[in-house]
Design a protein around this ligand. Structure first.
Ligand code: HEM
Length: 279
């Protein structure tokens, strides 16, 4: 009887460990796909906005007709906020994912510390510049869209502050959680583009989306682009901490599916949105 119970216990432990290994592998795959996808975005930002913005040739932004308010003649302040925003966006796309790579944290802690400060500061500043563009410049499709991106900005600022404070206080477990939340919130705009393009590619068209971005999918994804990744993170943290074999396997499956969707979305975003602007 006791032997059977021990064998059963061992069986559970082995399943949990195997599921734990699958979860680690799926998280690694997700991170790798996201890192590659963020750098495609970085390449687009640098290639399309880098030269024109640094040389003051703001009119060149007008080639991007997907913008609500890019270059506006006579609006010097608004144009400068936009310029600052895209340059900060490049720093966010460059540094964010590197913070998540465990090998860098282990082998080059000094880089993690400096890149972390730069990431949190630039993400916070980009969020503030974004709020200016939305509420002062009116750069949004509608009120719901403006509210959705503003909630993201508030989350970026809140999570970044908590990640910073817990790092200063050497509360490493808390810091890891807040930093991951800050990372996902700061990448809400990237998830928005990539998710939207994956949706279009999978459905062979913009199902549930309108020209004014007020269709059911538009409204769902304006909030979902950061709330869904944040919800997945909470499930991940729970599965990692106290989940049984089934919970860990389910989470690993979710991350693997999400990696495939991200890969489709990045390829579609590059082909449909970014590549045509770089030619
Ligand atoms: C922190 C991470 C962020 C990154 C990496 C980022 C990136 C970008 C990029 C690359 C653009 C240029 C548009 C394009 O070519 O696709 C842009 C535009 C813009 N962003 Fe952000 N952004 C971030 C956060 C935010 C936040 C939090 C807000 C709002 C509060 C915001 C509001 C805007 C607005 C209003 C525009 C102009 C859109 C238009 O006129 O169509 N961004 N952003």
């Amino acid at each position: 009887m006791a032997e059977a119970a021990t064998a059963e216990g061992l069986g559970h432990t082995t399943t949990r460990m195997t599921a734990g290994g699958a979860l680690k592998m799926a998280a690694g795959l997700w991170l790798l796909t996201t890192l590659a996808g963020q750098w495609v975005f970085l390449y687009y930002i640098a290639a399309f906005y880098g030269g024109s913005t640094l040389s003051g040739n703001f009119q060149a932004w007008s080639r991007n007709d997907a913008l609500f308010k890019g270059y506006v003649a006579g609006d010097a302040a608004g144009n400068l906020f936009f310029a600052a925003h895209v340059l900060l966006a490049a720093a966010v796309a460059f540094g964010g994912t590197l913070q998540m790579v465990p090998q860098i944290r282990k082998r080059a802690l000094w880089f993690h510390r400096w890149n972390g400060r730069v990431f949190l500061a630039t993400a916070g500043a980009a969020a503030l510049a974004g709020l200016y563009m939305v509420w002062v410049r009116g750069a949004s499709a509608n009120l719901l869209g403006a509210l959705a991106i503003s909630l993201d900005a508030v989350l970026i600022l809140g999570f970044a502050t908590l990640a910073w404070r817990s790092a200063l206080g050497r509360q490493i477990a808390d810091h890891r959680r807040w930093a991951m939340r800050a990372f996902l919130a700061a990448n809400g705009v990237w998830f928005y583009r990539v998710g939207f393009m994956a949706w279009i590619a999978i459905n062979h068209g913009p199902v549930g989306s309108t020209r004014h971005l007020d269709g059911p999918f538009d409204i769902f994804w304006e909030f979902g682009c950061y709330l869904l990744p944040l919800a997945m993170l909470e499930l991940h943290l729970r599965a990692e901490r106290s989940g049984g074999g089934a919970a860990r396997l389910a989470m690993a499956g979710g991350l693997a599916v999400s990696s495939v969707v991200i890969a489709i979305g990045v390829a579609a975003a590059y082909a449909i949105m970014w590549r045509p602007l770089l030619g």
